[in-house]
Write a protein that binds this ligand. Structure first.
Ligand SMILES: *[C@@H]1O[C@H](CO)[C@@H](O)[C@H](O)[C@H]1NC(C)=O
Ligand SMILES: *[C@@H]1O[C@H](CO)[C@@H](O)[C@H](O)[C@H]1NC(C)=O
Ligand SMILES: *[C@@H]1O[C@H](CO)[C@@H](O)[C@H](O)[C@H]1NC(C)=O
Ligand SMILES: *[C@@H]1O[C@H](CO)[C@@H](O)[C@H](O)[C@H]1NC(C)=O
Length: 264
């Protein structure tokens, strides 16, 4: 099994090291469709990620997107679908989950606080921590769009993905506990549709009557490393792994000081 969080999903402005495909099969998101999306840039590692707004100041992202960074290394752009870092905003606090494990990327979740309040609509975390196998969930991000891309998507992309069973996921990610059972969610079996470098930290969402609910944070791609791959995103052999945000409501509440009724 190979985990590729940092390399696979938060690869930066620098060139792609691997044959990487994209938020394959994605399309441009409608302007205003995802007002809670933040483009997170980490100037220390020259990489970018997604993040989701939970209140007027706090965003949730992946731990690996901000690991080792100080707040002054991180900036977030809100309110545009364009890959725009000129209008980015400063951050004054970062809290990474205390059990975040860099070796296997468990508890890959962190919250960051913007220095100033914003007036964008936040996303609510789904209340019930259960994801079924075969459920369709949507991911969005500015991650790489072609396997040999060296620049991010210029417009926010959206793609619908499908969760897969524990047994199916384990062929690529052997310690997967099951959707909704453990603290991770696994998608796959949609060759040509995937998240990729730069999509990390962004939301995996469930359609609700009136918009979207947050269920996951894009974490990493995993595959059986006895297989020779031509690409590490958007291919059948690679599964997508997401942190199950619904399992981390207490962490978020404690780290942000927000009453959970604000973001659930
Ligand atoms: C990238 O893919 C091409 C074929 O599409 C292959 O020839 C090449 O070896 C691959 N490179 C890497 C680094 O996997
Ligand atoms: C990227 O890869 C595709 C297909 O493998 C190829 O057609 C295209 O020329 C490549 N682009 C660059 C800039 O290398
Ligand atoms: C990751 O590693 C930690 C520490 O060794 C272990 O407790 C945990 O079960 C592992 N998680 C996964 C999903 O492999
Ligand atoms: C959180 O908000 C709910 C609903 O407004 C309230 O009943 C509860 O006491 C609050 N909890 C804390 C710890 O402040």
């Amino acid at each position: 099994m190979r985990l590729t969080a940092a390399i696979l999903f938060s690869l930066g402005f620098v060139s792609a090291q691997r044959n990487i495909t994209r938020i394959i099969g994605g399309k441009d998101a409608q302007q205003e469709a995802y007002p809670f999306i933040g483009l997170l840039v980490n100037f220390k590692s020259s990489s970018f990620c997604g993040a989701s707004l939970l209140s007027d100041r706090w965003l949730v992202t992946a731990a690996h997107c901000v690991n080792g960074a100080r707040p002054s290394d991180i900036r977030v752009t809100m309110g545009t679908n364009d890959f725009d870092i000129d209008s980015s905003r400063p951050v004054d606090e970062i809290t990474i989950h205390s059990q975040y494990n860099t070796a296997n990327q468990s508890n890959d979740i962190a919250v960051i606080r913007l220095s100033n309040r914003v007036n964008f609509k936040a996303i609510k975390i789904a209340k019930y921590p259960y994801v079924s196998d075969g459920e369709t969930l949507r991911a969005i991000g500015w991650g790489l769009e072609k396997h040999n891309a060296t620049t991010p998507a210029s417009k926010l992309q959206e793609v619908d993905l499908t969760t897969i069973s524990r047994d199916r996921c384990r062929k690529s990610f052997s310690s997967f506990q099951g959707n909704g059972v453990g603290a991770q969610i696994c998608t796959g079996d949609t060759p040509g549709k995937d998240t990729c470098s730069g999509d990390s930290g962004g939301p995996l969402m469930r359609k609700a009557d009136n918009g979207w609910l947050l269920v996951g944070v894009t974490s990493f791609g995993a595959w059986d490393n006895s297989i020779q791959l031509e690409a590490t995103c958007g291919v059948e052999e690679v599964v997508g792994v997401y942190t199950n945000v619904m399992k981390y409501v207490s962490f978020i509440s404690t780290a942000t000081g927000l009453n959970r009724s604000i973001f659930t």
